[in-house]
Design a protein around this ligand. Structure first.
Ligand code: NAD
Length: 441
């Protein structure tokens, strides 16, 4: 099937590459010409395990192409996916500017045989809004009788595992109104998942499903972060509590780790946007608002713990920040807890040194100029007054703390991801602080 994908970010690029991998003829379009040039050379502009190899293989096989021209990319396509960004607007709502711009451009060049699919995360009713908007354009082009339907197909991939998730999704959600659209989407996804995993519903339900999924996952994290605060107050251990509740099948074990808050390009903005969608319907979205509120506070937790240890004047304190990306496996820095922490430390006068296996490039653009970057863990910890674990990269779990402690000026660790064994750290002579385990300064 000939497919056009608009937007080559984490979602658009991975989706386009995976459709090509399944044998479809894919043209990806982006307004960022530098990005397109890079992609044409087979270079991935983002870090995502396995993506580079698949990108190059499908380029070479001639199934995948990139363009900054919509006319070129959409020509002959049967499906056109919109996968552009929907960042938060100042008021928390999803900013639809990229989606509307993409839709306008699509309307200029779309042919009668093509259906539009929205993969971007968008508020309920966006499909209807786009339909009206595109129909207006089409009627200006004299194409009044075109069969226009906007299909909703929200994406659930996880950064860091995006290729695997895209090739082997747990489910595919499709919001469509006509049999023709449903059968086209079934045809596309039949090589990805068995039929029963393609969940057909109306477009509004599909749009809400995406927000509900992210808000539910975010709620589990915020809930455990709140429980962790309580554990710290009463001398309990949040890891034992987690084990105690996760063994209940109704609860399960995923997304129950207390830590220094969730970040990323999705949870923070989607929870806020869900609140706005509810409020626009006269609901006060008590629970979703609380999830966001708990998280905003949790992102300040490490900084507050460090203040409790060093005071609010951190002149002369050299903090070694372990991990910058919002989670392991990605270079995505959007809303990363490391940003809140480092900005706070720099404001308090601390000297900040940071290391991340892949996110340094993205982080440099967002962090204060005074932040120094280390090329590896040894360089990071050399002479530091404290180590601060922010992202749980697997290599941080294997660190030789004895050697690290010998290289540090002071043996102090703030563990924002509960990565270390407190007993071992104490035995090695560390002052060790973590989240919800009754180990606070
Ligand atoms: P992104 O910001 O990484 O990428 C967006 C891309 O779209 C950029 O390359 C940009 O240049 C391009 N673009 C912007 N306007 C355009 C236009 N008018 N025409 C063509 N290209 C245009 O975004 P992302 O992280 O890939 O997210 C895309 C959407 O998918 C968002 O709605 C997001 O909420 C949703 N989503 C993201 C993830 C994730 O893990 N990142 C997961 C599921 C869903």
């Amino acid at each position: 099937m000939k497919i056009c994908v608009v937007g080559t970010g984490y979602v658009g690029l991975v989706t386009g590459v995976c459709f090509a991998e399944k044998g479809h003829e894919v043209r990806c379009m982006d307004i960022d010409e530098e990005r397109v040039a890079k992609l044409k050379r087979g270079e991935s502009p983002i870090y995502e395990p396995g993506l580079g190899e698949l990108l190059r293989a499908n380029l070479e096989a001639g199934r995948l192409g990139f363009s900054s021209s919509m006319k070129e990319a959409i020509e002959g396509a049967r499906l056109c996916f919109i996968a552009v960004g929907t960042p938060p607007a100042g008021d928390g709502k999803a900013d639809l500017a990229q989606v509307l711009a993409a839709a306008d451009e699509i309307a200029e060049h779309i042919g009668p045989e093509c259906r539009i699919v929205v993969k971007s995360t968008v508020p309920v009713g966006t499909g209807t809004l786009l339909c009206r908007r595109i129909r207006r354009h089409l009627s200006e082009r004299g194409l009044k009788n075109i069969d226009l339907e906007i299909i909703s197909n929200p994406e659930f991939l996880k950064e860091g595992m995006a290729v695997r998730d895209c090739l082997h999704p747990e489910r595919v959600v499709v919001g469509a109104s006509s049999d023709a659209a449903r059968s086209l989407m079934r045809e596309l996804y039949s090589s990805f998942v068995p039929e029963e995993k393609i969940l057909m519903m109306d477009p509004a339900s599909a749009e809400i499903t995406k927000y509900a999924a992210n808000a539910m996952l975010a709620a589990r994290i915020s809930f455990m972060n709140e429980i962790a605060q309580l554990c710290d107050k009463v001398g309990a251990d949040v890891l034992s509590v987690k084990e105690g509740i996760a063994s209940d099948r109704r609860i399960g074990k995923y997304f129950l780790n207390a830590g220094c808050g969730y970040g990323g390009s999705c949870f923070p903005k989607d929870v806020e946007a869900l609140c706005c969608i509810g409020e626009s319907q006269g609901l006060d979205m008590t629970l979703a608002s609380a999830v966001a509120k708990v998280n905003r506070k949790q992102k300040e937790r490490l900084h507050m713990m460090m203040r409790a240890r060093f005071g609010s004047d951190m002149e002369g304190v050299c903090a070694a920040v372990m991990g910058l990306a919002f989670k392991p496996g990605t270079d995505d820095m959007r809303e990363a807890p490391s940003l809140t922490l480092i900005r706070g430390l720099v404001n308090d006068g601390a000297k900040v040194r940071a290391y991340d296996p892949v996110a340094e490039g993205a982080a440099r653009r967002l962090l204060p100029a005074s932040v120094r970057f280390a090329g590896n863990l040894r360089e990071l910890l050399e002479g530091a007054d404290c180590a601060v674990v922010v992202t749980e990269w697997p290599e941080f779990g294997e660190i030789d703390w004895e050697a690290a402690g010998a290289a540090m000026r002071r043996k102090i660790v703030f563990d924002g991801r509960n990565l270390c064994d407190p007993e071992k750290m104490k035995a090695l002579g560390f002052e060790y602080y973590c989240i919800g385990r009754n180990m606070l300064p």
